[in-house]
Design a binder for this molecule. Structure first.
Ligand SMILES: [Zn+2]
Ligand SMILES: [Zn+2]
Length: 90
């Protein structure tokens, strides 16, 4: 069980669905943002350094998936990207 988020920016950018949460098997998903290109991505394993799928940078920052938090948009680079909950997954 977990929550599904999407990030939307007033410039028109919208991310694909991002998963967060952990199930019975501790298969946790986390949402990360690349510090270099600001792409949003999922990681299943927080103990393993993942690479950004867009620019291959290893500088990934975990995102607090609270609604209302403003993030840097990968498209316009403005600090106005909003995460919102868009569903549940299991
Ligand atoms: Zn990147
Ligand atoms: Zn934007």
């Amino acid at each position: 069980m977990g929550e599904m988020y999407a990030a939307v920016c007033p410039c028109g950018y919208q991310s694909h669905s991002l998963l967060e949460g952990s199930g019975m098997m501790r298969q946790g998903f986390g949402i990360y943002q690349c510090q270099r290109c600001h792409a949003l991505l999922n990681s299943r394993d927080t103990t393993q350094q993942e690479r950004c799928s867009s620019c291959a940078s290893r500088k990934l920052t975990p995102i607090e998936s609270e609604e209302g938090a403003a993030l840097i948009c990968p498209h316009c680079k403005e600090n106005q990207l909003q995460l919102y909950e868009c569903g549940l997954w299991d």
